[in-house]
Each structure stands twice: as structure tokens, then as C-alpha cells.
Ligand binder design. Structure first.
Ligand code: ADP
Length: 239
């Protein structure tokens, strides 16, 4: 049964509030669990058997995933409540993209996918929030790897275009059907193809990415063909 628009607003507001409260409550204990695990794994409290180390490493990976999800939920509630802040400083965007590509290369190899990065011509420094823009780049390339199913190379590029710098990331993966394309930047959206692949995901990454890019004065969009692949773009203005 559909709620009337006022009730729908109240309902969404209540969800945002509950999400924000739960995420805040989880943030500190999860950080504590992570640092305890790191101390135990370092061996400072005594030697660990191979099995103990393996189980603790898996627990650490799980904890880091939960921390990532809580961070996304907190970012999404800050966006919804208009409390989302950027801290722009002069930044080398080429170094940011190269860093993300380097960090994700091993993950790509594990998924039989290679990532190539080209920076075309001279790309000037930008006045942007380096942490937030890194999150956007990382999310787009991470998605390209996960939704490629090991098909082909991912081509990442950066290029100065007029008064903007344009980022693009092309994959040869599952693509997105036309009737679902308008939902991709909405909160919690995951396509049926993504769900069928059984990849983990919250459906928050691109919702947050859009807010970050637009708050930075840029635009974000994509083109996609089902079964052929997708290409995601964003621009950022040169001041
Ligand atoms: P998540 O990947 O965590 O589910 P995102 O907000 O990053 O969340 O992406 C939303 C949805 O958009 C994904 O679940 C997937 O259905 C679709 N999507 C994003 N990037 C791609 C891509 N490169 N290829 C195919 N589908 C994609």
C-alpha cells in the first residue's frame, strides 16, 4: 500500500533519523574492535598460531566492511539533512586517480580485470576536497571491477576539457538496462543484474558520489549498454 505524500516524507525522515542514530552508535565501538584486532594481529600481545591469525584477519576484513558501510550511511544522512561539508584545497587530481588505480590493481587482478590509466595532456591542479573526490574515484573504479565479471580491461582517463577536467571510467561488464538507468544515482538502488551477481553493496556509493561532485561544482553521468559495458564520467571545474 502506497503512503500519502506527507506520510511518505515523515516516513523517510524517520528512516534517515534512525539510520543516523544507529550509524553514530556503531562508529565508535567498530573503531575500537578494529584497533584491538590490529594490536592482536601485530603479535605485540604474544604469538598467534596460523589458524588464529587467519580467523582474526577475516574478522578484520569484516570489521573494515562494516566501518565502510557505517561511513556511507553517515555520509548519506549528512547529505539528506543538508549537513554535508567539503574542505577544498589545491589538489593534484592525477595523483589521486593514479593512487586509486594502484590501490585497486590487485583487487582487479583477483577478478581477472586489468585497469589502464591515461592522463591526456596537462591536467591542472583543482581546488577540491581530496578525501571526498578520492572516495568518488574509488567507488566508480571499484564498481567497474565488480560489475565487469572478469571481462576485459577497464580504461580510466583524465583530460582537461575547456574549463573543466573530465574523468572517465569505461568497463566491459554487465551494463545497466535502459529502464533502470535513471535510478542509478538514487539511494540504496541496486540493479537486478547486480543483485543476481551476488556482489556485496549498499547502493549508496553513487548517491554519495553525485552529491560530492555536484557540491564541488561538477556533473556526473554515465552511458551503459546491457551486456556490453558502461562508461561513467564526472567533471570538475578548473578555478
Ligand atoms: P553498490 O555498487 O554498492 O550497489 P552504487 O551506488 O555504487 O552501489 O551503485 C548502484 C548500482 O548501480 C549498483 O548496485 C549497480 O546495479 C549499478 N552500477 C554501478 N556501477 C556499475 C557498472 N560499472 N556496471 C554495471 N552496473 C553498475
Amino acid at each position: 500500500m502506497a503512503l500519502d505524500p506527507t506520510k511518505q516524507d515523515q516516513h523517510e525522515h524517520a528512516i534517515t533519523e534512525v539510520t543516523s542514530i544507529i550509524s553514530h552508535q556503531l562508529k565508535t565501538p567498530l573503531a575500537g574492535i578494529k584497533s584491538s584486532l590490529e594490536v592482536i594481529l601485530s603479535g605485540d600481545l604474544g604469538p598467534l598460531s596460523k589458524d588464529q591469525k587467519e580467523y582474526l584477519e577475516l574478522t578484520l576484513i569484516g570489521t573494515e566492511k562494516m566501518i565502510g558501510l557505517v561511513r556511507e550511511l553517515l555520509d548519506a544522512s549528512r547529505i539528506d539533512e543538508g549537513r554535508f561539508e567539503l574542505h577544498p584545497v589545491p589538489t593534484d587530481i592525477v595523483a589521486i586517480v593514479r593512487g586509486v588505480v594502484d590501490d585497486l590493481t590487485m583487487f582487479g587482478q583477483a577478478k581477472n580485470t586489468t585497469i589502464s590509466f591515461h592522463s591526456v595532456g596537462v591536467v591542472p591542479p583543482l581546488n577540491i576536497d581530496p578525501t571526498k573526490i578520492r572516495e568518488v574515484v574509488s567507488n566508480i573504479i571499484y564498481n567497474a571491477i565488480r560489475y565487469s565479471r572478469g571481462k576485459g580491461t577497464i580504461n580510466v582517463s583524465l583530460e582537461k576539457k575547456g574549463s573543466d577536467v573530465e574523468f572517465s571510467c569505461q568497463d566491459h561488464g554487465i551494463g545497466i538496462v535502459p529502464e533502470h538507468q535513471k535510478k542509478v544515482f538514487t539511494k540504496f538502488y541496486r540493479s537486478p543484474e547486480a543483485l543476481a551477481l551476488a556482489t556485496e553493496g549498499s547502493g549508496l556509493g553513487l548517491y554519495i558520489a553525485k552529491a560530492i561532485i555536484e557540491a564541488s561544482g561538477g556533473a556526473i553521468w554515465f552511458r551503459s549498454t546491457i551486456g556490453v559495458g558502461s562508461i561513467f564520467y564526472f567533471t570538475l571545474p578548473i578555478q
